[in-house]
Design a protein around this ligand. Structure first.
Ligand code: NAD
Length: 365
C-alpha cells in the first residue's frame, strides 16, 4: 500500500502562474515504469499548433522546471509570430540527468503523451535532446520535427540559426553604420558550439576579425585554427574593444554589471533570453548607445527550418525565409525609434500585434 500525502494548500499557485503569462494549457506527464517526468506547456495556439523543443535538464525543484517551461513556451509564441510562421508557442521539459535518464522507452513514452495532444503540440530537440532521441519520439507520434535528413527531416537546425543570426547582425551594421558590410569589422563571439561555429564561418568568409571565448578548449582550438580567431579569456570578452558582441552560449548573459563594461556598438547573437531583465537591461543598452538585435528575432532560423519540415521540407525555402530576418531586424529598429521603445519591446509589440490581428481574423466562422 502506498502512502499518499496530500499537498498543502499553500504550495500551489499554478493557475496564477499560467494566468500571468496568459498560457492556455500545461500537461504533466508521469510514468513510473520509464521514470518519465515531463511538463508540456502550451502558451498560445492562435497562429497554429504550438511548436517548441523538449529540453532535458536536471532541475533542482519542480518549481524551477515549471518556471522554465512557462518562460520558454511564451518565447516560442513571439519567435513564431515575428517570423511570420503559422505556429503557436509551446515547449516541453523532461526532468532528469541527461547522463542517467535517457532511454528508448523514456522518449517513446514521452512520444505517446505528445500523441495524446492530437497535434496541438509539436515537439523537436532542444538542450540535451538530439535528432536520435526524436527518432524514438517519432515511433509513437507524427507530431515531431527536427528529424534526420534520412527520415525526410531537415536535420540539425543550427546552421540555419547561424545564418539568421548573421542576417540580423548585418542588418544591425546597416542601422549603426549605414552599410551592412562586416569586412574588417571586429566581432567577439561567446560560445562556439553548433551555432557559434557556423556563425564564425560566415563572418570569416566576409573578412571580419574574430575573437572567441568558450569553456571547451577543443572547440576553441578548432575555431582558432579554422578561422584565425583570437582566443580571449571568459569574462574579458565583455571589455574588448570590438564593433560587435555575439552571445552564442547561454541565456541571461547581459546584466547590470557587465553592460557597463561593454565597449561594442552592436549586440547580435543566437543565445536565447540574453537580457537578464528584458525591461531594465534593454533600457540600459539604449542609454549606452548600443544597438541590440532581439534574440528571439535573429535566432529564429532553426524554428523556420523545422517549420519547413512540418509543411514539407525544402531547404531553399527555409534559407529564403530565414534571410528575411534582415528586413525584419531593420523594421524593428525603425519601430523602436518611432515609438521610443527598446528594440526588445518593439519586437514583442510586433509579435503580439500579429497574434492579436489573427485572433480577429479567426473570430468569425
Ligand atoms: P551548443 O551547446 O552547441 O553550444 C554552446 C557553446 O557555449 C558550447 O561550446 C559551450 O561550451 C559554450 N559555453 C557554455 N558556457 C559558456 C560560458 N560560460 N562561456 C563561454 N562559452 C560557454 O549550443 P548551440 O546549439 O550552439 O546554441 C547556442 C545558443 O543559441 C543557446 O543559447 C541556444 O539556446 C541558442 N539557440 C540555438 C538554436 C539552434 O538551432 N541550435 C536555435 C535558437 C537558439
Amino acid at each position: 500500500m502506498i502512502e499518499v500525502k496530500e499537498i498543502s494548500s499553500s504550495s500551489f499557485g499554478l493557475f496564477n502562474q499560467l494566468a500571468q503569462r496568459d498560457h492556455e494549457q500545461i500537461v504533466m506527464c508521469q510514468d513510473n515504469a520509464t521514470g518519465l517526468k515531463a511538463i508540456i506547456a502550451i502558451h498560445n495556439t492562435v497562429l497554429g499548433p504550438g511548436l517548441g523543443g523538449t529540453r532535458l535538464w536536471n532541475y533542482k525543484t519542480e518549481a524551477e522546471a515549471i518556471n522554465d517551461v512557462l518562460r520558454l513556451s511564451r518565447g516560442m509564441t513571439y519567435k513564431a509570430s515575428i517570423s511570420g510562421l503559422n505556429l503557436g508557442g509551446a515547449k516541453a521539459v523532461i526532468i532528469g540527468d541527461a547522463k542517467q535518464v535517457k532511454s528508448e522507452a523514456l522518449f517513446r513514452k514521452f512520444g505517446r503523451f505528445v500523441e495524446n495532444l492530437s497535434g496541438k503540440y509539436i515537439t523537436a530537440e532542444d538542450v540535451n535532446t538530439t535528432t536520435k532521441d526524436m527518432e524514438y519520439v517519432a515511433m509513437e507520434t507524427d507530431h515531431v520535427v527536427g528529424l534526420p535528413e534520412s527520415m525526410g527531416g531537415g536535420g540539425d537546425p543550427s546552421p540555419v540559426t547561424a545564418y539568421g543570426t548573421y542576417m540580423g547582425m548585418k542588418a544591425s551594421a546597416k542601422k549603426a553604420w549605414g552599410n551592412d558590410s562586416l569586412s574588417g569589422k571586429t566581432v567577439a563571439v561567446q560560445g562556439i558550439g553548433k551555432v557559434g561555429y557556423h556563425l564564425l564561418e560566415y563572418l570569416h568568409k566576409e573578412g571580419a576579425k574574430l575573437y572567441i571565448s568558450d569553456i571547451n578548449e577543443e572547440a576553441l582550438k578548432r575555431a582558432a585554427e579554422d578561422f584565425g580567431a583570437i582566443v580571449v579569456n571568459g569574462d574579458d570578452l565583455f571589455e574588448l574593444e570590438v564593433d560587435i558582441f555575439a552571445p552564442c552560449a547561454m541565456g541571461a548573459i547581459l546584466n547590470t554589471e557587465n553592460i557597463n563594461r561593454l565597449k561594442c556598438q552592436i549586440i547580435a547573437g543566437a543565445a536565447n533570453n540574453q537580457l537578464a531583465d528584458e525591461v531594465e537591461h534593454g533600457k540600459m543598452l539604449v542609454d549606452r548607445g548600443i544597438y541590440y538585435a532581439p534574440d528571439f528575432l535573429i535566432n529564429a532560423g532553426g524554428l523556420i527550418n523545422v517549420y519547413s519540415e512540418y509543411i514539407g521540407y525544402n531547404r531553399e525555402r527555409a534559407y529564403g525565409a530565414t534571410e528575411k530576418i534582415y528586413d525584419t531586424t531593420l523594421d524593428i529598429y525603425a519601430l523602436a525609434e518611432e515609438k521610443g521603445m527598446t528594440t526588445q519591446a518593439a519586437a514583442i509589440f510586433m509579435a503580439e500585434k500579429r497574434v492579436n490581428d489573427m485572433m480577429l481574423v479567426k473570430s468569425t466562422y
